[in-house]
Design a protein around this ligand. Structure first.
Ligand code: 13P
Length: 289
């Protein structure tokens, strides 16, 4: 199956009333984990490259590899850019064949967010690629440890009237909304504002995106999917899973001499299993077209 746009993939998810997982990749192991999981689950997938993790990777190498692998995948793959700010790099990705860009200027005032997002929509349109933006703000940097939900995140929730105005002004294909999730690990039990999500669903003509998926319960995901979330981002959970497997084995077998290749296998398999589990919960398993 070919590389597909975010817009087309989320349209299918809307018709089938399910969510599609977005998983960030940073190297060959994570690319293989995501694509193997999607193929074994016969699920569409959004394979994403995160701007925040540039420091760990050779961007040219990883993005070229993502295109090669996605082209030969047996399931629909969206090539997505997560939390982008760098328009020059986005242009490079469009030239490489990227089908979806997230521009995140959610920390800026509304009109500035609209102006920069509109620029990216113009860029992407020339390539038939899709654009996701964020309004309201999902706090904290992903991959972080321990986010304190006592902080006043309610003031960051997406406002319905602003969201309607933003979508109409920018022409984005999907909107990331803030309803109580945070990037990185949760310190306390997340409380989602499902009422706000329902109002947003009733008012917006496009699918919505949930950031900060790690740490939510299966029921949280089902509640969000029932209220119009079609793209669900999960990263921290996938990054933490291999260490959990390794710690468990070391506790049972303190003398275990792990080789690097053994570690790679553990990473691949544990991340793949975690991704497959998410695909089942999001109800995208078996939905590849
Ligand atoms: P988590 O790392 O909290 O799962 O969030 C991922 C995300 O939203 C990426 O944009």
């Amino acid at each position: 199956m070919a590389i597909v746009t975010l817009k087309d993939a989320l349209q299918k998810a809307e018709e089938g009333q399910y969510g599609i997982g977005m998983f960030n990749v940073i190297n060959i192991e994570t690319i293989n984990s995501v694509l193997n999981a999607a193929e074994e689950s016969a699920s569409p997938v959004i394979m994403s490259y995160p701007e925040v993790d540039w420091r760990y990777v050779d961007a040219d190498l990883v993005t070229k590899n993502m295109v090669e692998k996605a082209r030969s995948a047996r399931v629909p793959v969206v090539l997505h850019y997560d939390h982008g700010h760098n328009l020059d790099f986005m242009q490079k990705l469009l030239d490489l064949g990227w089908t979806s860009l997230m521009i995140d200027e959610s920390k800026r005032p509304l009109e500035e967010n609209i102006a920069i997002t509109s620029k990216v929509v113009e860029m992407a349109k020339k390539y038939g690629a899709s654009v996701e933006a964020e309004l309201g703000h999902v706090p904290f940097d992903e991959g972080g440890h321990g986010n304190d939900l006592q902080a006043d995140i309610e003031s960051l929730y997406t406002k319905v009237d602003e969201a309607v105005y933003f979508v109409q002004k920018t022409g984005v294909d999907a909107l990331a909304v803030s309803i109580g999730t945070v990037h990185g690990e949760f310190k306390s039990t997340p409380k989602l504002n499902l009422g706000r999500l329902q109002e947003l669903q009733a008012s917006l003509p496009i699918p919505m995106v949930l950031h900060g998926g790690s740490g939510l319960s299966d029921q949280d995901f089902r509640n969000c999917i029932a209220r119009g979330i079609r793209k669900i981002n999960v990263f921290t959970e996938i990054m933490l899973t291999p260490a959990t497997v390794i710690k468990t084995r070391l506790a049972k077998e303190p003398g275990w001499k792990m080789s690097y290749t053994e570690l790679m296998d553990i990473c691949l398999l544990s991340m793949k299993d975690a991704i497959k589990r998410n695909m089942d919960v999001f109800m995208s398993s078996g939905k590849a077209w």
